[in-house]
Design a protein around this ligand. Structure first.
Ligand SMILES: [Cu+2]
Length: 162
């Protein structure tokens, strides 16, 4: 026997689910500050950056990505060795601990955007899909920023233009 208020609640939940269908990944993974630097004409590759926050109770590992306009996306880590800038592919992915964040930013982790169809132009947006395990795939929008952008748009990193 159904109590009237329970029937109303069921109907409400049903409508809510129709209005906002969230995947498992979208419920647990938060992506912020998703951007890439504009690229020079003729430059085949670009780099993408973002902040990944894991709201789940288990480690989520960024294991892959794809973006429209690129042939392939790899996860790289930049470092400096003997004064030389270098980068290497991150084979095991980037783990994000439960209720923690990882920032992909210049001079650190980045998404290497390989074989661009055409240059990344400031102001353009691209569809970026990340694979996190075990959460699954999550798609977001990447914003292309001017070439001299050096950090996030949160307001703390603005540099002066001369
Ligand atoms: Cu790279």
């Amino acid at each position: 026997m159904h109590h009237p208020s329970i029937i109303r609640l069921s109907a409400l939940l049903f409508i809510t689910c129709l209005a906002a269908p969230l995947t498992a990944a979208e419920n647990t993974i938060q992506l912020d500050d998703v951007w890439a630097r504009a690229t020079a004409p003729g430059s085949p590759n670009g780099a993408g950056y973002l902040v990944i926050t894991n709201h789940s109770e288990q480690t989520q590992t960024l294991t892959g990505a794809s973006m429209d306009g690129t042939e392939r996306v790899e996860i790289h880590l930049s470092s400096e060795q003997d004064g030389m800038a270098r980068m290497e592919r991150v084979r095991g992915g980037i783990p994000v601990a439960p209720h923690d964040s990882v920032t992909l930013a210049p001079k650190g982790y980045h998404l290497m955007l390989l074989n661009l169809d055409k240059p990344l132009v400031a102001g353009d947006e691209h569809s970026l899909t990340l694979t996190l395990e075990p959460a699954g795939d999550i798609t977001t929008t990447l914003e292309v920023r001017p070439h001299d952008s050096d950090a996030g748009g949160s307001g703390t990193d603005h540099h002066h233009h001369h």
